[in-house]
Design a protein around this ligand. Structure first.
Ligand code: ADP
Length: 161
């Protein structure tokens, strides 16, 4: 069985993430979307909120599960007996960082492979931080995120975060 792990912050999940997960689910038997729980970053949404939004947005894809992890990604992969990492590439600007990350993970564990997928071009300008910024400034984000994410962001902003 081909298992792949798609790690990321997903703070919040965007249509670009969903596009990548959909593509990955067509290539692999099982895809684990693994939310990075980084205590050093102050997130907009906590892990439980991000998990709930991802599960709701991915309910039509049966081969996908949502999980979270702390610490090194390669340790998490070992625990799951996975050796494939999925990452998304939007533009050349992503390349430098993703290249470093992929080679570092390979150095740390030599049987790990990183597979890069490109989203539909309409999502290449999308990032979680851009979505948050637009929403905080009062702009519409309906075209950029699943409807549950749009609702939750609006709610959070209304409640003063
Ligand atoms: P991280 O903090 O790990 O970069 P993100 O949630 O920002 O977490 O991104 C996770 C992965 O998804 C990264 O590989 C990133 O390049 C990719 N990604 C983010 N936004 C998009 C998008 N709009 N289209 C395709 N890939 C994306």
């Amino acid at each position: 069985m081909k298992l792949a792990v798609y790690p990321g912050s997903f703070d919040p999940p965007t249509n670009g993430h969903i596009d990548i997960i959909t593509r990955a689910s067509q290539l692999f038997d099982r895809v684990i979307v693994a939310i990075t729980d980084n205590p050093n970053k102050k997130p907009f949404f906590n892990i439980e909120e991000r998990k709930r939004m991802l599960i709701a947005s991915l309910k039509n894809i049966r081969s996908v599960e949502v999980d979270s992890f702390t610490g090194l990604l390669i340790n998490y992969l070992g625990k799951k007996k996975a050796r494939i990492i999925i990452r998304g590439l939007r533009a050349v600007s992503d390349f430098e960082y993703e290249f470093q990350l992929a080679l570092m993970n390979r150095k740390l564990s030599k049987n790990i492979e990183t597979v890069f997928l490109m989203p539909d071009e309409k999502y290449t300008f999308l990032s979680s931080s851009m979505v948050k910024e637009v929403a905080l400034l009062g702009g519409g984000i309906k075209d950029f995120v699943p409807s549950i994410v749009e609702r939750n962001i609006k709610q959070k902003i209304k409640n003063g975060q």
